[in-house]
Design a protein around this ligand. Structure first.
Ligand SMILES: C[S@@+](CC[C@H](N)C(=O)[O-])C[C@H]1O[C@@H](n2cnc3c(N)ncnc32)[C@H](O)[C@@H]1O
Length: 232
């Protein structure tokens, strides 16, 4: 699977205008609840500085901005996704607290120990080098800082897994293709989820990168997980 930044950025540029609508349809709005729980797991306090990696159209960042007085820096490879985030921000939040940067999660343009919190929703499986992304996360977060990673995963229950595979292989690329005009993007979604380390392997990688795992919470029989980590 080709995860070079230029390829991934172009792909998300193409689906950016239909991303939110499709997200709602394909996840039957479950994504809203998962993002809410992800934000809650961070325990955001006061006006702390939060990094939202792969901010996309901004739903995670906007949720955090609405729920607290924090400031959020959102970074993303796709200018098209960032444009959607900026439009929504103007409508829904105090834009003096939301900053958008076009950049790559594996070379974050920030000094060491800049952020109090960091979060990433449905973004980490897209990076070309997971190890480098985790090293960067570790570098930019303050000691004792909390990180939340929300990511899709393959359910472990055998029956549910086969229903999920059928949906992922045959339904999702067709609906995704019709609404967004890009079959390729939704085939990529399917392949990138299948290819991503399962929760037990990911948890090991997170600990090897120096984080303490505070919690790992599955949603809906494991079709997604939120991992909450602390930087030692
Ligand atoms: C599935 S969307 C998720 C967006 C948003 N976080 C959400 O919850 O809806 C994945 C996002 O990750 C971004 N992305 C992929 N690889 C990236 C990378 N290496 N660095 C920064 N952003 C990346 C894409 O451009 C896209 O906006």
């Amino acid at each position: 699977m080709d995860k070079r930044p230029a390829i991934i950025g172009d792909m998300f540029d193409r689906i950016a205008p239909s991303y939110d609508r499709l997200n709602k349809i394909l996840s039957v709005s479950l994504d809203r609840y998962w993002r809410k729980k992800t934000i809650q797991s961070l325990g955001i306090e006061g006006d702390c500085l939060v990094l939202d990696i792969a901010t996309g159209t901004g739903d995670l960042a906007l949720g955090a901005l609405r729920d607290s007085r924090c400031r959020v820096v959102g970074i993303d490879l796709s200018a098209g996704m960032l444009e959607q985030a900026a439009r929504k921000a103007w409508r829904y939040v105090d834009t003096n607290r939301y900053f958008l940067i076009n950049g790559d999660a594996i070379t974050l343009p920030f000094r060491d120990e800049t952020f109090d919190r960091a979060m990433v929703a449905f973004g980490i499986r897209n990076v070309i080098r997971l190890d480098r992304c985790l090293d960067e996360l570790y570098r930019i977060i303050k000691k004792g800082g909390v990180i939340a990673i929300l990511e899709l995963s393959v359910p472990s229950n055998r029956v549910f897994k086969s229903i999920y595979f059928t949906y992922f292989k045959y339904v999702l690329p067709v609906i995704g293709g019709i609404i967004s005009g890009s079959n390729q993007a939704y085939r990529y979604l399917r392949d990138s989820v299948m290819d991503f380390p399962p929760p037990d392997v990911l948890l090991k990688l997170l600990e090897e990168s120096g984080f303490t795992v505070i919690a790992s919470r599955p949603f809906l029989l494991g079709i997604s997980h939120v991992y909450t980590l602390k930087r030692n």
